[in-house]
Design a protein around this ligand. Structure first.
Ligand code: SF4
Length: 194
């Protein structure tokens, strides 16, 4: 297609006008969306975390207001997922909140089923923690190895193993492993690696 000098000047003029209009509208929009124009009534706290579902270890940003999770989305600064999320990761907030309410399927009470029993009993947290502590101590004490067959000091127990849960996040796993190693466990695994 042949473009005359006159056509070229017409097109250039139209392009410049478009750019001027775009900038005028854009800068007004930018002003309207600024925090000064629409200050938040409450500040929403944002924290980064790691997806608990599998060993890919995608990074997420959790936005919370009080004890309410408002939003969870992929962290664009995370080197693994760069803001992306698979279907499981994209539904992460449902671990806590569904339709603005605490997820009704989230357990809030201790349920206990005795060995050989078929019914769940509701117990208090004090009862459960005391039971867990006393059973760990008893099992650890009766399965303690101070020295191995070669005479090396090992200070370990083979009587307890730990399999981490899929909903444990990075920080919880860190604390759990610290506690388990302090107890002398050597069989420490996580569901995400199996
Ligand atoms: S977002 Fe998906 S791929 Fe990434 S860690 Fe979670 S479950 Fe795995």
């Amino acid at each position: 297609m042949e473009v005359s000098r006159r056509d070229f000047l017409k097109m250039a003029g139209a392009g410049v006008s478009g750019i001027v209009i775009f900038h005028a509208v854009g800068s007004k929009r930018g002003l309207a969306a600024s925090p000064e124009a629409f200050p938040l009534k409450k500040r929403i706290g944002e924290k980064t975390t790691i997806c608990p579902y599998d060993a890919t270890g995608c990074g997420f940003i959790v936005a919370a207001e009080g004890d309410q999770v408002i939003n969870i989305e992929g962290d664009p600064d995370h080197p693994i997922n760069r803001g992306g999320a698979c279907a499981k990761g994209a539904s992460l907030s449902q671990l806590h909140t569904v339709d603005g309410e605490i997820n009704p399927r989230r357990l809030t009470k201790v349920l206990y089923r005795s060995p050989g029993g078929s019914e769940w009993e509701t117990k208090s947290w004090d009862w459960a923690i005391e039971q867990i502590a006393s059973r760990i101590k008893e099992t650890r004490d009766t399965n303690w190895t101070s020295k191995d067959n070669a005479g090396y000091v090992v200070n370990r127990t083979d009587g307890i193993a730990s399999v981490g849960g899929a909903a444990l996040d990075n920080e919880e796993c860190y604390l759990l492993v610290k506690a388990l190693r302090a107890l002398g466990l050597v069989y420490v695994e996580h569901q995400a690696r199996i």
